[in-house]
Design a protein around this ligand. Structure first.
Ligand code: SF4
Length: 329
């Protein structure tokens, strides 16, 4: 496990990503889907920050906004101190794209079926005019070997590989330009459990070897617990809680985190401990029409009158333990 260092590599300040809802013949805007709604946190070089939450909580949109696949509606994204939130595509390509890469959930969908692994993996070299033809081919074979695939596979096509192998190809492609930060969006959730462990182990080895920083997005609390240094919990586009993983899993403060973790056995030295199960009432509200006040109040077992009116601030309730809830302060 890496030790989080002090240098901040990525910082989000009140980042919002809204998608307009349009209706009628003139496609007038009638509202917004608030996929990410005021998220702030920072990521230290060399650490792994896990982001968890139910499907539809905005974690994938947040990841895509950080890498600027989406332009934020509001807020700042600082990569190594540079505000990249409003950079043009050309400036992003020159200054940021090499340093931040993404690994997707479905590697097959992100690999062009008509291209060999060689052309898929060396494509970024072509785009950035790096290396001679011979060196590019050598680099592709080195990368394949490094992710546990035989270099001779370079001339094969994506459909010839299993899900786990395809994810290794996706990781090799992400490493091509020697990035500093990798945003991994549900990278193992489409894989069998035994294959998941292999891919996670590979990601940990690569992190050590290449001094990578990971933002690891997943709905799977056990996987996130294994790989992360710190964990953030998202609900309906907002960050609800963020702290060191041991603190989060042993002492969750936010009622939503407590409910999520209540279904997961907690492994301590003495063995597995099961918390009392907290079953949340109702469905996840729509991000097109989020509840007023605390967005979790419609399902929260601890909701008070103030929760329906006032949005709780995301603040430090204990050292390095941030939470957005009126129960704390
Ligand atoms: Fe529950 Fe209120 Fe805290 Fe929201 S602010 S999580 S509704 S107690």
């Amino acid at each position: 496990m890496t030790t989080a260092k002090e240098e901040t590599i990525l910082e989000l300040k009140n980042v919002k990503k809204y998608f307009p809802i349009r209706s009628g013949f003139f496609q007038r805007k009638v509202g917004d889907v608030k996929a990410v709604d005021g998220v702030s946190f920072s990521l230290k070089k060399g650490e792994t920050l896990g982001i968890v939450g139910e499907s539809g909580c905005g974690k994938s949109t947040a990841g895509r906004t950080m890498i600027r696949l989406y332009k934020p509606t509001e807020g700042q994204i600082l990569f190594k101190g540079q505000d990249i939130s409003s950079l043009s595509e050309e400036s992003l390509r020159k200054s940021v794209r090499k340093n931040i890469q993404m690994v997707f959930q479905d590697p097959f969908a992100s690999l062009n079926p008509r291209k060999t692994l060689r052309s898929i993996i060396k494509e970024p070299f072509n785009t950035h005019h790096m290396y001679s033809m011979k060196e590019r081919n050598e680099k592709v074979e080195e990368l394949l070997a490094r992710v546990g695939l035989h270099p001779s596979f370079a001339n094969r096509y994506p459909h010839e590989f299993s899900g786990g192998q395809r994810q290794r190809i996706g990781i090799a492609r992400a490493l091509t330009l020697n990035p500093e930060l990798i945003i991994a969006d549900e990278p193992v959730s489409a894989l069998d459990v035994s294959i998941q462990a292999q891919v996670i182990n590979l990601m940990e080895e690569l992190q050590e070897e290449f001094n990578l920083t990971y933002l690891f997005i997943s709905h799977d609390l056990s996987v996130v617990r294994h790989i992360s240094d710190r964990v953030g919990v998202m609900y309906l586009g907002k960050m609800m809680e963020l702290t060191d993983k041991h603190e989060l899993y042993d002492n969750p403060l936010h009622p939503y985190t407590q409910a999520l973790l209540s279904s997961v056995p907690v492994t301590r030295k003495k063995g597995a401990v099961k918390r009392e199960r907290i079953v949340l009432k109702g469905e996840l509200p729509s991000p097109a029409n989020p509840p007023k006040g605390c967005v979790f109040h419609t399902r929260c077992p601890a909701a008070k009158a103030i929760c329906k009116e006032q949005i709780p601030e995301f603040k430090e309730a204990a050292p390095n333990h941030f939470v957005a809830c009126h129960l704390y302060g």
